[in-house]
Structure formats: C-alpha cells, structure tokens
Design a protein around this ligand. Structure first.
Ligand SMILES: [Mg+2]
Length: 218
C-alpha cells in the first residue's frame, strides 16, 4: 500500500485515498503507515465503504485526525443518512464526510443533501443516469452550497467536471484508469496532479481501440 500511494505521489498527485473499515484497530496502524510514507504535504483520504458503526466511525475520525486525514468517505452506510449527519457533526472540523457514489437519480442526491449528510457529495455518471443525472447532481450541489466530487471512471468525468462549477475533483481510480487505457485511445494522463480535457477531439476525446476491445467481446 505504501508503495502504491508513493507511486501516485511521485506522479504529482496531491491527494491519495486508501480503503479502511475491515479492522478498526489495524486501520489506525495502516493510516499511520500511509502518512509516514507520503509525507506531510499530500492530502490523505480514507474510504470505509460503510463498514463502521456510528460511534466507531467518530472514534476513528478522531484517531485519523492526528495523521492529517482530510476526507472520510462512507464512514457508515450511505443509506444511514441520519448516521452520516451525526458523524459529520461530531467528526473533527478538518475531516470532510463524503458519500453519494451509489446515487441513481436526482431524488437520491436531494435526500442526501436535505439530510445534511455530507460535506462533499459524490456522483458517478455511469450510475446516475449519465451526464444528465450528473448535471442534476451538480445543480443541486450549487443550490445547497456543497461541493461535488466525481466517483470512478475518470475518463468520463474530465469534461463534465470542467463544465460544472460545483465539481471540486475527480477520483482517479486505479482499476478504471488501467482499463480505460486498455480499450481507449485519448485517455487523459494526469499532469502535475490534474486531468485536462483535450480540446482537439470532439466529445470526450476517446476512441475505442476496436481490435483490443475485441479480446473482451462476449
Ligand atoms: Mg467509495
């Protein structure tokens, strides 16, 4: 894990995210090890995928604070809006609570924002009715004064992220970037930690590598 995190930092990526939630005690040691390896300047994000209980998540947030964790994703289930709000109210101010990756429609996002459940909303254009749904989520974020972060599929979110003022950052998800490069030409590479929308191609600038994609045809 340390090697992987450092590899991203060496690429100029200024925020890195690690999974937590399997074992609260071990997670503290893993977060400490992550911070030790990436140095003090890089933002450290954690994602529990809903694995902690409410009280456990608050205790973890306070433990993680000493290692400069800035983002706590799905500390409890995304369906527990009251729990997310509770944790948001009791976590250290320097740690943002994020959720929303499972959102499928505008009502899901509205309920989450109405509940005051998140400091940053997440949305995924591959899940939330495409760019139309992502735009709706971004508009809601503007209305609620909550920033938006795109989830996974970075190649899909570069352009729409540039077009939506609420979007703060895009998740540069390791598995997805690997697969995107396998079957598309024109995938944006991070430069100094940022993805830039190519303006020399129409649309998303992606071209399907048909011969390579054929290997996965079913
Ligand atoms: Mg997540």
């Amino acid at each position: 894990m340390q090697k992987q995190l450092c590899g991203w930092v060496e690429q100029g990526i200024s925020r890195v995210k690690m999974k937590v939630g399997r074992d609260a005690k071990v997670d503290k040691r893993r977060v400490a090890a992550a911070r030790k390896s990436i140095g003090e300047e890089v933002d450290l994000f954690v994602d529990a995928n809903g694995a902690y209980s409410r009280k456990q998540a608050i205790a973890q947030a306070h433990a993680f604070e000493q290692f400069g964790v800035r983002w706590f994703e799905e500390p409890v289930s995304s369906d527990d809006l009251e729990g997310l709000r509770f944790i948001r109210n009791h976590a250290p101010a320097g740690i943002e609570i994020a959720a929303g990756e499972y959102g499928y429609d505008v009502d899901y996002f509205r309920r989450m924002l109405d509940a005051g459940a998140v400091d940053v909303l997440q949305a995924d254009a591959t899940r939330c009715c495409g760019f139309t749904g992502f735009l709706q989520a971004a508009t809601l974020c503007d209305a609620y004064h909550v920033p938006l972060s795109s989830h996974c599929a970075p190649a899909l979110h570069v352009h729409i992220g540039c077009a939506t003022p609420a979007t703060r950052h895009a998740e540069y998800f390791h598995d997805h970037t690997r697969i995107e490069r396998m079957i598309f030409d024109g995938v944006a590479e991070p430069g100094a930690g940022a993805l830039r929308a190519g303006l020399d191609q129409p649309g998303l600038g992606l071209i399907l590598k048909r011969a390579d994609a054929q290997n996965f045809a079913i």
